[in-house]
Each structure stands twice: as C-alpha cells, then as structure tokens.
Design a protein around this ligand. Structure first.
Ligand code: GDP
Length: 485
C-alpha cells in the first residue's frame, strides 16, 4: 500500500521522542535524521526533504510546551504542517489537522466562454485515461464551490449536498501520432456519454483544437478538454507543438499528467514542462499503485505547480481532487475519514439517501434496504479497507473479526436473495408471523445456510429496527428530525 513504509517509519521515529513534554535540540536531532532517511527512501526529492526537515525542526523547537501534549504529538503536528504547506495547503489558516472540504487547487471555470483545458504528458502516464476521467468528473461530480453556502458549517457541507457544477464537456482528440489514442478517447467518451471531437490522424493538431473550440462556442459546450500528443521523452517537437496549440486555444488550464510510480521523476518532469510551455498544475496518476509517495510530496516543492487531481485506478470514476491536508494525514497515518464519507456519499444518490433515512426513522427499513446498505459497504471496498481509513483504527485492526463480519454480511445477503419479493418488503412475515418458521427454513435451505443462521439474522435485523425506532422516538419523529437538520 501507498505510503505504508513512510508512515511506519515516521510513526516509529516520533514514538522514540516519547512522552517528554519539550522537544530539545538533542532529542530531535536523531528523529530528524530518521525522517529525512524515510523521506528519501520514499523517493522524495532531496531538496524537498531538506526543506521539510528544516521546517519541522524550527516548528518543533520553537513551540511553547502545551499542557497534555507529548513530544511525539508535537513532532507529528510539525510534520503535518510542513507536509501540508509543501503540498500546497496552508497550515497558517488551517484551524487544526481537521480536514477541509475544499481542495487547495480548483479548476478554472470561465463564464462567458468555454473553459479550455489542455492535457499534456508522456506516453503511458495515463493522459488519455485522465482525459476521460476528468470529463466524467466535470460532468457529474465537480463541486461548485461558488455556490456553497459559507454559512453552513463544515460538517453540513461534507455530509451532503455540496452543489454540483455539471459542465457540458467536449473532449478533443488532438493526439494524431498514436492512432489508437483517438479510438481510445472515442470509446471512453461513449462510455461516459461525453462528446468527442476528432478528425482522424491526418489533420493538424492545431487545426483540430481550433475547430473544436469553434464547435464548442457554437454548440454551447462550457468546457473543452484537449488531449494532446504524448511522447516517450520530452523532445523539442513535442514542446513546439504544445506551444502552438497553447497559442491558438489560449487555455485556461494546462495540466501535465504524470505517473506517481515514477516518484520524484514526476516532480522534475512537471518542472521541465512548466519552464518549457508553462503549466497550471498536474494530475498525478496511478496513486493506487505501490508508489512510495515521493511524487505526491515533491511535485509542488520542485515545480512550484500544484497537483490538482489524483488518479486512483483504471476506471473512469477513479479521479479525485487533490487535498493536501488529507494527503498529509494519510502520510502520517491519521486516517482519511473525509474521503471515506465522500466516497460513500457519491455512491448513494441524494434521493436514495433521503429515502433510506426516512425509512429508518419510520422503522420501515426492510430487507431490500438492508441489501442496499451492505452493497454500499462493499462498494467502498472491504470492511477492513474501510476501517483502515478511520483514524486510530489502522494500528489496532482485528483482521479476524473483520473477516467474520464480512462473512456474515455475505451470508445475510445470500438469505435475502432467497426471500420472495413480499418477504423482502415485509420483514414481519419472518419475525412475528405464524409462517415465520417455515419461511426461514425455506430461505436458509435455499441459500445454503443453517436454520440457526436464519434465526440469528432475524434477531439481528429486529434489533436494528428496534434501535431505529427508539432513535425516532428520542428525536421526536421524522418531521422533528428533518426540521432539526
Ligand atoms: P497515455 O499514453 O498517457 O494516454 O496513457 P493511457 O491513458 O493509455 O494509460 C496507460 C495505462 O495506465 C493504461 O493501462 C491505463 O489503464 C493505466 N492507468 C491510467 N491511469 C491509471 C490510474 O490512476 N491507476 C492505474 N492503476 N492505472 C492507470
């Protein structure tokens, strides 16, 4: 897993500082040396590592002793602040290590003309994939921060319904040197239902881009994503062509797609592209791979340009805005609850969530809802994976227990699949009904389970419902609950 080694190293080094209240020059020295080594092992650029170390040193030495704070915690906090600033966050305005809902770098949005985004990158970095991912993100998931109600507290904003911008996107296939790239983009576009503008491999990329822009303006697209040619190495021709396209379309954003697996190479590449053509930020791909984290930490420090998005898998949905604060938490092993909540929230549509909540409050929650909820858990990954993202859980996971729960969820789901439609909608038939025993017998047999498993599930389910209805009474019913929200 990404960062595991770095996280472990930092955590064990910090522990050595122990519970002493004040960090001294003598005690911090070996810790800093250890962290520097861990950063370099994670393929963090050496200048970035040294800047980080200097920052951590001055932050932790200069600090007043705080009541109830150990040297270890002080050190971790100093690390957090330095990492945050290095990756484009702002530790001075961040209230605490509490995570924010807004990424440090957002994508330009022009109101009076289509926003133009140029995508550049080396072959294999994931540029074409990123074009498709970004198109889908802008079409469906981009938060319209201008429309967020600043009066809402952070929790409200996270819990729900951040307003979406939902752009109308035109993808432009301007990589004419790799014939497969055009096809790949067309297929991607079709799968996410985003229009793709292409003119085959004979057209000139500059002309393609110009025509695409015209089309966008004529047909009411608000965002144009141009997939430019990738090359194996940085060469003059590539840069010249990129510059010409840039001059022609005057992009609002030029994003370089770089591969996280290349470590600090990704950072020097970003710097090189920036000095040659000028870029506004980077998309860091393959963050799901076992890269050691050097790229995420180094890109901004080396190039001065922020990472705007990260690619976290091969599917088109696997793109997320880059949050320096969450990344810093993750590197330090403090968990990433916010991503977890967001991931969950994106999976259940608002409507479904509201309906589910209403049912819970009215104790109408049935087996179909149960399945939906279990699916939600499995969409987020396995339970163990989910728990790992919770703060404090990572170190004390009881894997056996987790597996047990997962196995039981699977069993329950199999039983629900053996129920009739009526039984799923009317759990009473299986709980307080003359035919309950025979029904449970049929269901457990049909799903390859023991009768005892069936009884256990029913009693669990009933407990859940009772809990929900008690909650409802305490809160004074769904109306009161809604009014309070
Ligand atoms: P391009 O040459 O830069 O256009 O690269 P492609 O978009 O064709 O991607 C190259 C390979 O990387 C493909 O096999 C993609 O599926 C894969 N890829 C792209 N982004 C990611 C990512 O975020 N995670 C993983 N695991 N694979 C990715």
């Amino acid at each position: 897993m990404m960062f595991d080694q770095l996280t472990e190293a930092i955590s064990s080094i910090a522990k050595q500082l122990g519970p002493k209240q004040k960090i001294t020059e003598a005690s911090v020295k070996p810790a800093l040396r250890g962290v520097r080594r861990a950063l370099l092992d994670a393929d963090v650029n050496v200048n970035v590592a040294d800047t980080l170390i200097d920052g951590v040193k001055s932050r932790s030495l200069g600090k007043e002793v705080m009541e109830g704070v150990t040297a270890e915690q002080q050190f971790i906090k100093a690390m957090y602040d330095e990492l945050l600033d290095m990756m484009g966050g702002d530790s001075a305005t961040a209230k605490s290590t509490q995570q924010t809902y807004k990424p440090a770098a957002t994508l330009a949005f022009t109101k009076d003309k289509p926003t133009v985004v140029l995508l550049a990158g080396l072959q294999g970095a994931g540029k074409t994939t990123a074009a498709g991912k970004l198109a889908l993100y802008l079409k469906e998931r981009e938060v319209d921060y201008d429309a967020v109600n600043p009066e809402d507290d952070q929790e409200t904003q996270l819990a729900s319904k951040l307003p979406k911008r939902q752009r109308k996107v035109l993808l432009v296939a301007a990589d004419v040197y790799r014939p497969a790239a055009i096809k790949q983009l067309e297929i991607l576009g079709e799968s996410i239902q985003v229009d793709v503008f292409s003119k085959g491999t004979d057209a000139n990329p500059v002309d393609i881009a110009r025509e695409a822009l015209q089309k966008a303006a004529n047909e009411g697209y608000d965002t144009v994503l141009v997939d430019t040619a990738g090359r194996q190495i940085i060469d003059k021709d590539l840069m010249t062509e990129l510059k010409r396209i840039k001059e022609t379309v005057k992009p609002d954003e030029t994003l370089l797609v770089v591969d996280a697996m290349t470590g600090q190479e990704a950072a020097s590449l970003t710097a090189a592209f920036d000095s040659a053509v000028g870029i506004t930020g980077a998309i860091l791909t393959k963050m799901d791979g076992d890269s050691r984290g050097g790229a995420a930490v180094s890109v901004r420090g080396v190039s001065g340009k922020p990472i705007k998005f990260v690619g976290t898998g091969e599917k088109t949905a696997d793109l997320e805005p880059f949050y320096p604060d969450r990344m810093a938490s993750r590197i330090l092993g403090m968990g990433d609850v916010v991503s977890l909540v967001e991931k969950a929230a994106a999976e259940v549509s608002d409507k479904e969530a509201a309906e589910m909540q209403k049912k819970m409050l009215e104790a109408r929650f049935d087996f179909d809802d149960f399945v939906k909820q279990s699916k939600l858990v499995s969409k987020m990954g396995n339970l163990a994976g989910v728990a790992k993202m919770m703060p404090g859980m990572a170190g004390q996971l009881n894997m056996n227990k987790m597996r047990e729960v997962e196995a039981r969820l699977k069993k329950n789901e199999a039983m629900i699949n053996s129920m009739t439609k009526t039984e799923r909608a009317e759990p009473e038939l299986l709980i307080n009904h003359p035919t309950a025993r025979s029904r449970i017998t049929r269901i457990t047999k049909g799903s390859g389970n023991d009768f005892e498993d069936g009884l256990q599930f029913m009693s669990e389910f009933q407990r859940m419902r009772t809990m929900m209805s008690r909650m409802q009474k305490q809160m004074g019913g769904p109306e009161a609950m809604e009014a309070a929200m």
